[in-house]
Write a new protein. Structure first.
Length: 244
């Protein structure tokens, strides 16, 4: 299989994630690289992140607020402005592909007009998390809705056809973006999700220096492995769809 690498950097891009840290995990280095070269990046975070705790007594309203603040800071660390982080607020754990969710993402695409969109691969086999699956289908359906001028319930916004879709956590990876010089920014942006240190990063807390070091190595090993698909020293891998 032919593996392509390093798309031309677009004027605007949109990354769509189910939860507040999915974008950083899956394309953080690419966001940092493109932002540093002038691309206007937007994030769409579909759910409110209210299930992101292993503490049954945690207050979910507080958690939503905390996670929004963390997401803005993580985006800033990648060069993305706070005002470009869009929270769609669907309930964590029960995201569904629906008329409403497709229309909301479609109108964001028509407003931001990105040339490139990043999102979860809805066709990834054996994935358990229902939000990631739903987010993938919402993303591809919204891309199609956004390009159609007569899409029935959004005719007030001008239609927009994007050039490239990069699916992450992909079933078949055929495109790699080099992460060289932008690996540290990815790690820092993930660590900015401080409420998730234990649940997603296996770090006991901010003082668990061994845990942080282990996590840093894990990200670095992952980038090395994905980069090797395209004979790069490091990279993030995607399924590229460019006939949209
Ligand atoms: Zn997630």
């Amino acid at each position: 299989m032919k593996i392509t690498r390093d798309l031309p950097i677009p004027k605007a891009a949109l990354a769509i994630g189910a939860h507040p840290d999915d974008i950083e995990f899956n394309c953080g280095s690419t966001v940092a690289k493109w932002s540093s070269k002038g691309c206007e990046f937007h994030f769409a975070i579909l759910t409110d992140g209210s299930m992101g705790s292993w503490e049954p007594t945690d207050d979910s309203d507080n958690l939503i607020e905390t996670r929004q603040a963390e997401a803005r800071r993580a985006a800033n660390l990648l060069g993305v402005e706070s005002s470009n982080v869009h929270f769609l607020g669907f309930k964590d754990g029960s995201l569904e592909k629906s008329r409403e969710s497709i229309a909301r993402v479609c109108s964001l695409i028509r407003t931001v007009k990105p040339q490139t969109i990043f999102g979860h691969d809805p066709w990834k086999m054996y994935r358990l998390h229902p939000d990631h699956r739903a987010a993938g289908f919402i993303t591809v359906d919204a891309i199609v809705a956004a390009r159609e001028p007569l899409y029935s319930y959004l005719q007030t916004l001008e239609h927009h056809r994007c050039d490239n879709l990069l699916l992450y956590e992909a079933q078949i990876e055929d495109h790699v973006e080099s992460s060289k010089d932008f690996e540290e920014q990815k790690v820092e942006s993930l660590l900015a999700h401080a409420s998730q240190l234990l649940t997603t990063m296996n770090i006991a807390g901010p003082n668990d220096l061994d845990g942080i070091e282990r996590f840093r190595r894990w990200i670095s090993d992952n980038l090395t492995e994905k980069g090797s698909l395209a004979t790069l020293s490091g990279g993030e891998a995607f399924k590229l769809i460019n006939q949209i």
